[in-house]
Design a protein. Structure first.
Length: 85
């Protein structure tokens, strides 16, 4: 039997604990100096500009709106907390 599992009458029940936030972070690399950093998905809206801490260059974020993925993780964390009551 794996971690966090128990059996009850032949059925497997998964015991899950969620502590803290499920913050999704995204790695980005400065196109000017190559310095790497992470930003939180909740802050990564298309069109947002991030400043490189290495050279001060402005990095414009493009692509998918990762705030939707972060909201889904937040909703999942809330659901796990309700199950634990």
């Amino acid at each position: 039997m794996g971690f966090g599992q128990s059996t009850t009458g032949g059925a497997i029940m998964i015991k899950t604990r969620v502590s803290g936030n499920l913050d999704l972070t995204l790695p980005i690399e400065c196109p000017s100096c190559g310095r790497k950093r992470e930003i939180k998905a909740r802050d990564a809206a298309p069109g947002t500009t991030v400043t490189c801490k290495g050279c001060g260059a402005s990095i414009r974020l493009e692509g998918d709106d990762m705030r939707k993925a972060q909201k889904a993780l937040d909703d999942l964390a809330k659901a796990f907390k309700r199950l634990g009551r």
